[in-house]
Design a binder for this molecule. Structure first.
Ligand SMILES: NC(=O)c1ccc[n+]([C@@H]2O[C@H](COP(=O)([O-])OP(=O)(O)OC[C@H]3O[C@@H](n4cnc5c(N)ncnc54)[C@H](OP(=O)(O)O)[C@@H]3O)[C@@H](O)[C@H]2O)c1
Length: 212
């Protein structure tokens, strides 16, 4: 089962919808159990029987793979409060640390290098992989929309990274790109700020594609 921490936001809902449509079992976690249940019920309309919901504790407890989909600011406290459930699991970090100031979107400097590196430091017994940082939630939420983009996946454990690459390619037209070690997640996270500024200028939902 794939559990989402902060799964009620657009990114969590969008990824959950796509993975559920691909046949994965999903648990939507929230700080508020009822909100997690309500969002799970909404997603279930498109894929009955595949999506449960509740609080973040339950999501992290039941899942084998946990996706952290909160904003950056509460990451540390959220992870620390769920640490015993997250230990030894495969964690997918989708966070792009961003600040919004006078119409400009910037990436936030993270002391540990990136949100994913901070997450790995907080969870030394888990395998953290960063992915999906650049994919538009608005596009994910349109269940029939083809998302022709690359998802760059960074992680230090090759087996975990392969699992996440296979998962990413369950979203139709998405190609998974091995982005190397988790240390490289800083570049992928930063790119999100650029994409969001481009979106503002062109009114797009931009994403990335690597050309060889
Ligand atoms: N939106 C996108 O297009 C997009 C694309 C790529 C990556 N991302 C990244 O994905 C993450 C989620 O994006 P989003 O747009 O879905 O974010 P969001 O809507 O701002 O937040 C997602 C969920 O996090 C929980 N949350 C909010 N504040 C919290 C707090 N102080 N403590 C604990 N939980 C809190 C909320 O769930 P509950 O209130 O139910 O607990 C909320 O629904 C972000 O880090 C973002 O950078 C987003």
């Amino acid at each position: 089962m794939i559990g989402f921490i902060g799964g009620t936001g657009p990114e969590g809902r969008g990824l959950a919808l796509r993975f559920a449509l691909a046949g994965e079992k999903i648990f939507i976690g929230s700080r508020e159990k009822d909100r997690g249940i309500a969002v799970a019920q909404q997603i279930s309309k498109h894929c009955p029987g595949s999506v449960e919901g509740g609080d973040n504790y339950e999501a992290s407890n039941k899942a084998d793979i946990v996706i952290i989909a909160t904003p950056y600011a509460p990451q540390k406290d959220t992870i620390n409060s769920l640490k015993s459930n997250l230990d030894d699991k495969l964690i997918i970090n989708v966070i792009a640390p961003l600040s919004f100031n006078k119409g400009n979107i910037s990436s936030i400097r993270v002391e540990d290098g990136s949100a994913a590196l901070e997450c790995q430091k907080l969870l030394p017994n888990s395998s953290v992989v960063s992915a999906f940082n650049n994919i538009s939630a608005q596009d994910l939420l349109k269940k029939d929309k083809k998302i022709d983009c690359d998802v760059i996946i960074c992680g230090d454990d090759e087996i975990s990274k392969k699992i996440v690459m296979t998962l990413a390619e369950k979203i139709s037209s998405v190609r998974a790109i091995d982005g190397g070690r988790l240390e490289n997640s800083r570049y992928v996270e930063d790119l999100t700020a650029l994409l969001l500024n481009i979106n503002k200028i062109y009114k797009w939902h931009s994403s990335i594609k690597i050309v060889s």
